[in-house]
Design a protein around this ligand. Structure first.
Ligand code: 13P
Length: 284
């Protein structure tokens, strides 16, 4: 199977009230773990690739790895640019083979965010590529970008509805109280915002900062209209903790496969548990 746009599965997710996981790809082991878990549970999924991850892996390797996974496993896979910062980077990724892009214009004034997102939607849709937009500012640390919680602000429902109507995005990320990275306490998720916007627009709401959100909150968010959930930090922690433990236990260990293999397996377990929680198993 070739890589697919998010429209191959998001409308179904919205209709049947499940969410598709965006799991960030940071290297080959992440990519393999995510695909293996999804294939085992017969689930569609999204490879999220941040600009930082793209720099780390290289555009050609990123696309080749995702295409190899789609061919090997046969479940629907979208290769999606996470938090794209410009028209140019979105087009560069599309030209290289990405099937989906996020344009994050949330730091621009609303009018400008709408204008820029609309341009990208027009170009991407002409090539069969799906687009995610963002409104409000999601807190936490991702790549080299850090947003203090005081600077994070929530999306306004009226603006979100207008943003959807004017841009025609396929999925809409809203700042509703989650943050990138792990939480100090429990997040205060504004389910009322999700519900209000979801009742007025046909496309799914995207929940960023999915790591560390309690299971009952995830289930409630999906019931309210979330159809795509992003997870990165929990995989990063599972991977790094496994490697740290193995290297500390055996200081003579030098074969990278002996610690990367178990790290990959730890990520398989994380991704499987998220897929079951999101309800996307058997929806491929
Ligand atoms: P976490 O790292 O908190 O899981 O968030 C991932 C994310 O939202 C990527 O866009």
């Amino acid at each position: 199977m070739a890589l697919v746009s998010m429209n191959a599965f998001l409308p179904k997710a919205r209709e049947k009230k499940f969410a598709v996981g965006q799991f960030n790809m940071n290297n080959l082991e992440f990519a393999q773990a995510i695909a293996e878990a999804a294939a085992e549970l017969n689930s569609p999924f999204i490879y999220g690739v941040s600009e930082g991850a793209l720099k780390y892996m290289g555009l050609e390797f990123t696309v080749a790895i995702a295409e190899a996974a789609a061919k090997k496993y046969g479940v629907p896979i979208a290769l999606h640019l996470d938090h794209g910062s410009s028209f140019d980077i979105c087009m560069k990724c599309i030209r290289a083979g990405f099937s989906s892009v996020m344009f994050d214009g949330s730091h621009y004034p609303l009018e400008e965010n709408i204008r820029l997102t609309k341009e990208i939607v027009k170009a991407a849709h002409a090539m069969g590529v799906s687009v995610e937009g963002e409104l409000g500012t999601i807190g936490g640390v991702e790549d080299d970008i850090s947003v203090d919680d005081e600077d994070a602000f929530l999306a306004k429902p009226e603006e979100a509805i207008r943003f959807y109507e004017e841009t025609g995005v396929d999925a809409l990320a809203l700042a509703v109280g989650t943050a990138h990275g792990m939480y100090k306490g429990e997040p205060n998720i504004r389910f009322d915002i999700i519900e209000k916007v979801a009742s007025q627009i046909p496309v799914p709401i995207v929940l960023h900062g999915g790591s560390g959100v309690p299971d009952d909150m995830i289930r409630r968010a999906i019931r309210c209209g979330v159809g795509k959930i992003n997870v990165n930090t929990e995989n990063q922690i599972a991977c790094t903790n496994t490697i740290r433990e193995l290297l500390e236990k055996d200081r003579k260990l030098y074969d990278a496969r002996k610690y990367l293999g178990p790290a990959r397996q730890a990520m398989v377990e994380v991704v499987k548990s998220k897929i079951l929680l999101f309800g996307s198993n058997n929806q491929a």
